[in-house]
Design a protein around this ligand. Structure first.
Ligand SMILES: Nc1ncnc2c1ncn2[C@@H]1O[C@H](COP(=O)(O)OP(=O)(O)OP(=O)(O)O)[C@@H](O)[C@H]1O
Ligand SMILES: [Mg+2]
Length: 238
């Protein structure tokens, strides 16, 4: 007869295998940090030992190019599919293949981004400290809420304040604007750091112990606490 601890192990493995996460990074605003976030989160989870897929739905293919020719780290499976019809087929297939699928989208209203939002377990909307980011971030959140109502299911969404410069009035103003608009916001924020900019060229995550690595770890911990990302497989965590 199976001992209790073995049964718990089996359940834990089953949970890990069955529980799939699709996290989409989206905003109608270009340049707010979608690809930076998508690649940094994907690489961090790959470093945790998770089976990670990165799906680039942006026709410019930047995240896919990064993952296939710049990224230097533990295995990360990259896919590019900007075509909406093929994307609608591919997304659910990839969602079943990986423990976590990170979808990067283009920064303008487009059907491929909508497919990635509808197919997501959760959506992250980066917003940087400028007026049009806040306006477009708000519209993106409202659009996702509308999609969720149409689909008659929840699509959890959070805004991530990106490129924050801590002591500045501008950054404080942006955070208070997000709160005044009652936009659901993560506690985690990302600062405006060269290390995040360098990621696109170096393909390496910010070094352990650096401020950028700490911010990324705090972001991922918060996403895990929300249940948006799978935990580290037991064997890797040991
Ligand atoms: N926290 C950050 N600190 C410093 N630079 C950042 C940060 N986040 C993003 N960047 C830089 O901002 C620029 C735009 O970022 P990114 O390409 O990720 O935005 P995007 O939303 O994917 O843009 P697009 O809509 O064009 O796809 C890049 O040069 C990136 O390196
Ligand atoms: Mg991008």
């Amino acid at each position: 007869m199976m001992r209790m601890t073995q049964a718990v192990d089996v359940m834990r493995v089953a949970y890990y295998v069955i529980r799939m996460s699709v996290l989409t990074i989206a905003s109608r605003k270009g340049g707010c940090g979608k690809s930076t976030l998508a690649t940094a989160i994907a690489a961090s989870l790959a470093a945790d030992g998770l089976a990670v897929g990165l799906l680039d739905a942006d026709p410019n293919g930047g995240a896919h190019r990064w993952a296939t020719s710049i990224y230097d780290g533990p295995h990360l499976s990259a896919h590019a599919e900007p075509d909406k019809d093929r994307l609608a087929e591919l997304l659910p297939e990839l969602a079943e293949r990986y423990a976590v699928l990170i979808c990067d989208t283009a920064g303008f209203g487009n059907q491929s981004a909508t497919i990635c939002m509808v197919g997501a377990d959760a959506v992250l909307v980066p917003v940087t400290p400028n007026e049009s980011d806040v306006v477009e971030g708000r519209k993106t959140v409202a659009f996702i809420d509308g999609l969720a109502r149409s689909a008659r299911r929840e699509i959890p969404v959070r805004v991530l304040a990106n490129r924050i410069r801590r002591p500045t009035t501008l950054s404080r103003h942006m955070l208070s604007q997000l709160d005044a608009l009652a936009l659901p916001r993560l506690d985690a924020t990302l600062s405006d750091l060269v290390a995040f900019g360098e990621l696109s060229f170096s393909g390496a995550l910010p070094p352990h112990g650096s401020p950028a690595a700490a911010e990324l770890a705090a972001l991922i911990a918060e996403l895990r606490a929300l249940g948006w990302l799978p935990n580290v497989p037991a064997a890797e965590a040991a």
